[in-house]
Design a protein around this ligand. Structure first.
Ligand SMILES: *Cc1c(COP(=O)(O)O)cnc(C)c1O
Ligand SMILES: [Zn+2]
Length: 424
C-alpha cells in the first residue's frame, strides 16, 4: 500500500523515512506519520469501509501499516450507545456513549493503539515489545504480544489495582512494578528503550501507536451515519487520544467522508488530583506545569503528559473547554452511568461522565445539541474504587421463610429515576 509517505516533525517540519523513530534530531519535536491523502481518497470510500469486517482495520488506509495487519483483528468497532436515560437525567436531548469498555480483547481504548503499534513492530522485525503504563496499556500490550508470539516486558507503578496487574500477568509477560508514579516509570523506560532496543509501543514507536487512536473518532462519525457530533468529551492522561480524535474528524472532512461544515467542540476531562492540562487551559497558558498525581483515577494519573500541549491546542482550536472533578464526583459518575445505561466503567470513565455533567450545568454544552461521551475503560478492572460504595449482599440461608423475613425489613428499591422526578 502507498498510503504513507514518511514521518515529519510536528514542530520544524523536517522529514524522516518510516523507521522506529519518535523525536526530531534537529529540534526534539515529536514525529508524526504523513499520508498521501490523494491515494487514500481514491481507495477509501464509505462503500469500501462498509464492506469490511467490524474492526479498527476497516480504516486501514488511514493507519501506518503497509502489510496485512496481524494483531487486533477483532479490536475496535465498539458500540456507540444512544444514552437516552442518561440524557434525561442530565437534561440534554441527544447523547451517546462511545463504549470502549468492551473493546476486544482487554476492555479499554488501548487495544486500538496497541493493535497498530504491534502490527508495526512486527513489520520492523522487533522480537520484544514493551511499554510504560498506568495499567490498561500494559494489559493490551501483554495480550496482543501473546497473540503475536512476541517477548514482552511491561513497566507499571507498583501500586496499581489488582485487576490491572493480574490482567497483564495472565498473558505471561515479565512485569516490573516500579516504586514511583507513572512519570518515574516513563523516565526509566526511555533509558531502557535506548539501551535494549526493544519496541516500546508508547516511546520509540509512538508515532505509529498514536495513530491507532484515530479509529475511535472514525467510528463515532461512521456510527452516527457519517455525521460529526457537536460536542465530544474525552479523558486526558498522556494526551494521545484527544488530539487524535480531532485529527480523525479533520481527515474525514478532508476526504469528503463527512460534511465539512461542522467542527465538533472537544473537551478534556481530568481528575482534580491530576489535572495539569485543565489547569493550563483555565490559566490560558501554553505551559503545562507537571503535578504529582493523587487520585483514584489511576489510569489517567499522568502528571507530566507527553502530548499535553497538543491537547490544549486541539481543545482551543475546536472551541471546546475542559474541567476537573474530585474523586467523589468520579465515583458518582461511575454510579450514574451504571444506573442509567447499564455500563460499568472505571474511574477514567467516571471522570468523563462527571465532567460532562459539570459542563452542561455550566452552560458550556448546550442542552439541545448532540453530545458524545468517551468511555475508555472497564470498571470490572478497578472494583477497589467502588467496593465500599455499593450495597453488600444480604447473607441468608436457602429458606423461603428467611427471605420473607428479610424482604419485609427492606426499604423499597426503585431504579434510578430520570426526567421529572430525579433521585440523586
Ligand atoms: C490511557 C487511557 C486514557 C487516555 O490516555 P491518553 O494518554 O490521554 O490517550 C483514558 N482512559 C483510559 C481508561 C486509559 O487507559
Ligand atoms: Zn524538528
Amino acid at each position: 500500500m502507498n498510503n504513507v509517505t514518511g514521518l515529519t516533525c510536528r514542530e520544524c517540519g523536517q522529514e524522516y523515512p518510516i523507521a522506529p523513530l519518535h523525536v526530531c534530531e534537529t529540534c526534539f519535536g515529536p514525529l508524526e506519520v504523513m499520508y498521501d491523502y490523494e491515494y487514500i481518497r481514491r481507495h477509501l470510500t464509505r462503500q469500501v469501509i462498509a464492506s469490511r469486517p467490524p474492526s479498527l482495520w476497516r480504516y486501514r488506509e488511514l493507519l501506518p501499516v503497509s502489510e496485512e495487519p496481524r494483531v487486533g483483528l477483532h479490536s475496535g468497532f465498539t458500540p456507540l450507545v444512544k444514552a437516552d436515560r442518561l440524557a434525561a437525567y442530565l437534561g440534554v436531548k441527544e447523547l451517546y456513549v462511545k463504549d470502549d469498555s468492551v473493546n476486544h480483547p482487554t476492555f479499554s481504548y488501548k487495544d486500538r493503539v496497541v493493535s497498530v503499534a504491534i502490527s508495526k513492530a512486527l513489520e520492523f522485525g522487533f522480537d520484544t515489545v514493551s511499554c510504560a503504563s498506568t495499567g490498561n496499556l500494559a494489559n493490551a500490550v501483554s495480550a496482543h504480544a501473546a497473540r503475536a508470539g512476541l517477548r514482552c516486558f511491561i513497566f507499571i507503578p507498583s501500586d496499581l489495582e489488582q485487576g490491572k496487574i493480574i490482567g497483564s500477568a495472565i498473558y505471561g509477560p515479565r512485569t516490573l512494578g516500579i516504586r514511583g508514579n507513572y512519570d518515574d516509570v516513563n523516565r526509566l523506560c526511555s533509558e531502557i528503550a535506548d539501551k535494549y532496543g526493544w519496541a516500546f509501543v508508547n516511546i520509540n514507536i509512538r508515532p505509529y501507536y498514536t495513530e491507532g487512536a484515530k479509529t475511535y473518532g472514525f467510528e463515532i462519525a461512521e456510527q452516527l451515519g457519517w455525521r460529526l457530533p457537536q460536542h465530544v468529551i474525552v479523558p486526558t492522561a498522556g494526551g494521545t487520544i484527544l488530539p487524535k480524535i480531532a485529527k480523525a474528524f479533520e481527515e474525514l472532512k478532508k476526504l469528503g467522508l463527512v460534511e465539512s461544515s461542522l467542527t465538533p467542540k472537544i473537551y478534556t476531562a481530568q481528575a482534580a488530583g491530576c489535572a495539569p492540562v485543565v489547569q493550563a487551559l483555565h490559566k490560558g497558558s501554553d505551559l503545562i506545569a507537571p503535578v504529582k498525581p493523587h487520585t483514584i483515577a489511576k489510569s489517567i494519573a499522568i502528571g507530566n503528559p507527553a502530548d499535553g500541549y497538543y491537547v490544549l491546542r486541539a481543545v482551543r482550536d475546536s472551541g471546546g473547554w475542559g474541567e476537573a472533578v474530585t474523586d467523589e464526583e468520579i465515583i458518582a459518575g461511575i454510579q450514574l452511568l451504571a444506573q442509567t445505561e447499564g455500563i460499568f466503567t472505571e474511574p477514567a470513565g467516571g471522570t468523563t461522565v462527571a465532567v460532562t455533567k459539570k459542563l452542561i450545568e455550566q452552560g458550556r454544552i448546550a442542552r439541545g445539541e448532540s453530545i458524545v461521551i468517551c468511555i475508555t475503560g472497564n470498571g470490572y478492572k478497578t472494583i477497589e474504587a467502588v467496593a465500599e460504595k455499593v450495597e453488600q449482599p444480604f447473607i441468608i440461608n436457602a429458606r423461603l421463610q428467611d427471605f420473607d423475613a428479610l424482604y419485609n425489613t427492606l426499604t423499597p428499591t426503585v431504579p434510578l429515576r430520570v426526567g421529572e422526578t430525579e433521585l440523586h
